[in-house]
Design a protein around this ligand. Structure first.
Ligand code: KG4
Ligand code: ZN
Length: 346
């Protein structure tokens, strides 16, 4: 069984062909980072327009790399939630067009579940039941994953997502977008204990929720209590070592919270396995501290490989599970753009 998977939820136009053994036959990701860089974040209209221009060439290239024709596929899968409405609609329209033209079944993908499933793809073994963490630009969610189609939200961020905090702090520090990789690079050689930034909710073990806006404000106030221009001016005056220390101290605070809450979720569920995905999971310090924390706690850890942490279509292989369960969508399939808010775990 071979599936063409499409991903256009935010600012990457991506397609992949995967099979039911979770092997990747081809994968293409057309990043829009350069288009959004000067705005310091994703501009929805620019994103959807770029998806329109790129989706068909990306699909063509993906099929070519796999050495396959449309007629040799068995299904078309597409991420339909959550994301930017205009972006999601481009992927869904392309998928519907292909499904109508070929008569192939259409399969819906939840982008957040797919991020966590990226860890399952790399694991090569069954990982369920597990706790799932996604830490990305739009979300910081913990799930109880009883099975590959049975995700229950345990908790989420009550304000900014972890990646959003990286992006906003990077912008304050005058670093490029996306902020996560820029902060990670800048933090190298920095002292993570140079500044003591807040780790919100870290001691509230019964709350499987995140909060990163206080941390973001603490970094801002460390620089200046005045306008955004003053904040940028203060950052520009930092020595390279001070900048590095600030980036490392901020990164450490985010990482400590993500690790602590993941372990709290593992204890809460009684599960012994943790699967992690999303852009922030590409962060080397996070990977190191989570590996140490799970080793100490005797928890099996499966991290998505860095290339499958940020948005891609390979993780859409979760569609294999839906197909096997007969969960095929009709042509009236629609997008759901909104963010789902967390229920309390306790
Ligand atoms: O999963 P993703 O590609 O898109 C969403 O679904 O949001 O995540 C993008 C986010 C951005 O906020 C980016 O700054 C962050 O992931 N990110 C990182 C790293 N690489 C990407 N954050 C920290 N360290 C990284 N190395
Ligand atoms: Zn994503």
């Amino acid at each position: 069984m071979r599936i063409l998977t499409l991903e256009t939820t935010c600012d990457e136009t991506a397609a992949a062909v995967v099979n039911d053994r979770l092997e990747v036959l081809s994968s293409v990701v057309a990043s829009q980072d350069k288009l959004h860089e000067r705005f310091g974040g994703v501009v929805p209209e620019i994103a959807s327009r770029a998806h329109v221009e790129r989706i068909l060439p990306v699909i063509d290239e993906t099929l070519k790399k796999a050495g396959l024709k449309l007629s040799q596929l068995d299904a078309i899968a597409v991420a339909v939630t959550p994301g930017l409405a205009g972006s999601l609609l481009v992927g869904l329209s392309a998928a519907k067009g292909l499904a109508v033209a070929t008569g192939l079944p259409l399969v819906a993908i939840d982008h957040l579940q797919a991020h966590i499933y990226a860890a399952r793809i790399a694991a090569g073994v069954d990982v369920f039941p597990c706790v799932g963490l996604i830490a990305s630009g739009g979300h910081s969610n913990l799930y109880r994953c009883a099975g590959p189609l049975d995700f229950e939200l345990l908790g989420a961020t009550i304000d900014d997502a972890a990646g959003e905090a990286f992006d906003k702090v990077a912008s304050m520090l005058g670093l490029p977008y996306p902020g996560g990789p820029a902060i990670e690079r800048t933090a190298q050689g920095g002292n993570p204990a140079a500044y003591s930034f807040p780790r919100s909710l870290i001691h509230e073990h019964d709350r499987l929720e995140f909060s990163f806006s206080g941390l973001k404000t603490a970094v801002r106030y460390q620089l200046s209590r005045d306008s955004a221009t003053e904040v940028n001016a203060a950052a520009a005056k930092l020595s390279p070592q001070e900048l590095s220390d600030l980036a490392a101290s901020f990164q450490e605070a985010v990482v400590d919270v993500l690790v602590a809450k993941s372990l709290a979720a593992v204890r809460f569920t009684g599960f012994k396995t943790l699967c992690v995905g999303g852009g922030v999971a590409a962060n080397g310090r996070f990977r190191q501290k989570l590996t140490e924390g799970t080793d100490r706690a005797g928890v099996r850890l499966f991290l998505a490989p860095p290339a499958l942490c940020t948005d891609n279509a390979v993780m859409g292989a979760i569609a294999v599970e839906r197909l096997k369960a007969g969960l095929v969508s009709e042509l009236d399939l629609d997008i759901t753009a909104g963010v789902v808010r967390a229920a309390r775990a306790s």
